[in-house]
Design a protein around this ligand. Structure first.
Ligand code: NOJ
Length: 571
């Protein structure tokens, strides 16, 4: 394995990922080399110099495996091949080599809570109870006393994440299978040791190919309560089964087995990050514990749910106190023994500058302020493609503009089944749809945004005419250059990586302030997370100690911050 340049690592066995910055690529929307409208692996290779200039250490590649693409690759039909949409296995080998040559690393998405319903394991399993993979999925009989296959005869009342029942009837088997997401994504039965064995073998095959770790899709869902009881009802009339599968009885055992079988026997250290909806800070600390944890870090959801009211399709105003308290709570709870992942955006979240920032009047200021507080927390920061230039939500005009299976399912259920007003449903999709983050990367102002010269699979945001890489790269004061400075700060100052975290109370709601301490060094962040200027009791901070700010010509005195102004002091 190549020794990374920027990552401080004395030995391969150190937790090198603690000083790393990760960049997530959603391949379909990043760079399209053959101009068929869909991004691909050679397109990524062409853009590696850009990522190196940004200063990132690791690329997380969203799924490029063979897939029917019902959920844009999160429905895998062959874990050991590349979908022709994105290129070939040889293209991926070339990408891995090109990443390593530049001193960077690459982790793959691992989608093993479920497969595609077109995976050979599932095709065989659904065809016969005698098949070797018969028991690799969750098959259950109809509820006793009901007519199998009729509504209401599902084994329990759980709803699926993408709407409807979590159970699908298969006449050939005379049974239902469980799918916590779309019916095309049947859940794998991890309780069967053969299933686990096949997954671990596949993971080892990838590590042997030279990748540097995995981002593990909804990995906390792999152990289900074997009783699978009915659950309290959600707004949509289905049971919320989270309590029975988000922290199941075997979750620690299965992840520990994975660690033993896949990672422990190897001399190198890998980045493992588990996506864990619903995880609590206490659970996260255990999963990532320095001594007995099973993963390097997890993705929690609490801070990206603060503008939702109960479920993801109801919007409320995010309260700044909640945001501050939530961020600080996770910092403190994981403390010295666990490790946080730090993120605002990914392919499932609307763009943060449009959600928690101000994407009009204070677009640049709020994008850089939010970046600052995130990157200067304790943990490993993740940048989602386009975040580094302040990409915003998209102005979707009509239902036809959306592509995401979750959004389209929601619209169909809300409008056709629950007879909600189509205009209201479109409005909430515009704010909350995952497609907001999936519009093509904005490289330049030309038609197609430099992403493609063909017809893009999802519309390019019209604001690419001014919001694009070409306009910002090398431009003093741009969001891109600010991200570079922020990433460089992490690489330069050990206090950013290893310093402990202490929240600071300024007595002003809209200010988020904290300190990081390491030895004799103290780093202090003051961030005004609002559209209004604010004064506060002056700290003993001096201009001499200022290492970073997003206002080059601040009119403010020492005890005052302009809208979305941040100041970082080190002494
Ligand atoms: C989480 C992924 O991030 C999301 O995109 C996907 O739809 C679900 N898991 C199901 O795999």
């Amino acid at each position: 394995m190549a020794t990374p340049g920027a990552v401080r690592s004395a030995s391969e066995n150190e937790a090198w990922w603690k000083s790393a910055v990760v960049y997530q690529i959603y391949p379909r929307s990043f760079a399209d080399s053959d101009n068929d409208g869909i991004g691909d692996l050679p397109g990524i290779v062409d853009r590696l110099d850009y990522l190196q200039e940004l200063g990132i250490d690791v690329i997380w590649l969203s799924p490029v495996y063979r897939s029917p693409q019902q959920d844009n690759g999160y429905d895998v039909s062959d874990y050991q091949d590349v979908d022709p949409l994105f290129g070939t296995l040889e293209d991926l080998d070339r990408l891995i080599a090109a990443v390593h040559v530049r001193g960077m690393r690459l982790i793959m998405d691992l989608v093993v809570n479920h497969t595609s319903d077109q995976h050979p394991w599932f095709l065989a399993s659904r065809a016969s109870r005698e098949a070797p993979t018969s028991d690799w999925y969750f098959w259950r009989d109809a509820r006793p006393g009901t007519v199998p296959g009729e509504p209401g005869s599902e084994p329990n009342n759980w709803g699926a994440s993408f709407g409807g029942s979590a159970w699908m009837w298969v006449p050939e088997r005379g049974q239902y299978y469980l799918h916590l997401f779309d019916p095309s994504q049947p859940d794998l039965n991890w309780d069967n040791p053969d299933t686990r064995e096949a997954i671990f073998t596949m993971m080892n095959w990838w590590l042997d190919r030279g990748i540097d770790g995995f981002r593990m899709d909804v990995i906390n869902f792999i152990s289900k309560d074997p009783e699978m009881p009915d659950a309290p009802l959600n707004r949509d009339g289905y049971g919320d089964g989270m309590a029975y599968f988000s922290y199941g009885p075997q979750i620690h055992a299965y992840l520990a087995e994975m660690k033993r079988r896949v990672f422990d026997p190897r001399p190198d250290t890998y980045l493992t990050v588990g996506e864990m909806p619903g995880v609590t800070p206490e659970q996260a600390r255990e999963f990532t514990h320095r001594e007995h944890g099973q993963l390097a870090m997890v993705f929690q959801y609490e801070h990206v749910f603060l503008d939702a009211d109960g479920d993801k399709w109801t919007q409320r105003r995010m309260n700044i106190n909640d945001l501050r308290d939530t961020l600080a709570k996770w910092q403190t709870a994981l403390g010295d023994s666990g490790w946080n992942s730090l993120y605002w955006n990914n392919h499932d979240q609307p763009r943060v500058v449009s959600r928690y920032g101000n994407d009009t009047t204070y677009w640049r200021e709020s994008a850089t302020a939010l970046a600052t507080v995130l990157h200067l927390h304790r943990g490993t920061p993740y940048v989602y493609q386009g975040e580094e230039i302040g990409m915003t939500n998209a102005p979707f005009a009509a239902l036809d503009d959306f592509r995401d299976i979750e959004s389209l399912d929601y619209y169909a259920k809300a409008v056709c089944t629950h007879h909600e007003d189509p205009a209201d449903v479109l409005d909430i999709l515009r704010r909350r749809s995952r497609d907001n983050s999936r519009t093509p990367m904005q490289w330049s102002a030309v038609p197609g945004a430099g992403f493609t010269t063909g017809s893009p699979w999802i519309g390019v945001n019209p604001n690419h005419n001014w919001l694009n890489v070409a306009a910002q790269r090398g431009t003093p004061g741009s969001i891109f250059e600010y991200y570079r400075a922020l990433i460089a700060l992490r690489h330069r100052l050990p206090v950013v990586v290893d310093g402990n975290f202490v929240a600071v109370h300024t007595g002003r709601d809209q200010i988020y302030a904290f300190r990081r301490h390491l030895g004799d060094t103290t780093l202090t962040v003051h961030a005004n997370l609002s559209d209004l200027p604010v004064s506060f009791d002056r700290d003993d901070l001096t201009a001499r100690d200022l290492v970073l700010t997003n206002y080059t010509l601040s009119r403010s005195g020492p005890g005052r911050l302009e809208p979305w102004e941040v100041r970082v002091h080190v002494r």
